[in-house]
Design a protein around this ligand. Sequence first.
Ligand SMILES: [Zn+2]
Length: 125
Amino acid sequence: MEELRVFEPLFKNTLFQFFLYMALIQLLAQVFLDRRIAFWVSSVGTTMIWLKSFDPTTPLKAWTIIFLVFLIYMFPKVFLHFNLFLYLKGRKRCPDCYSEVHWRAKLCPFCKHRFKGVEKPGEED
Ligand SMILES: [Zn+2]
């Protein structure tokens, strides 16, 4: 159990605790709710709990991080039609039926849409 002591400072970090709270509430909320709604329930919920019981700077830092991640995800999606999460999964999105298909697929297995030319993971229209 000695190796686990390495993680001790991490668990004492309030920002880490904040995201841990958020992840736990998200997991719970996802049982009953849609993933997107669960995200908002958990992030807003954690902020409320935090503001009531702890300090206000941690949620502020956490929201800055959430906002930055959101920006990194949204910027290429809006301006380059490139979805980072799809890219990491090695998939692209079918423009007809909006399903995720393998990035090298030439024919959509769901709606038979034919992809023209360029093979690129993460592509989205
Ligand atoms: Zn399709």
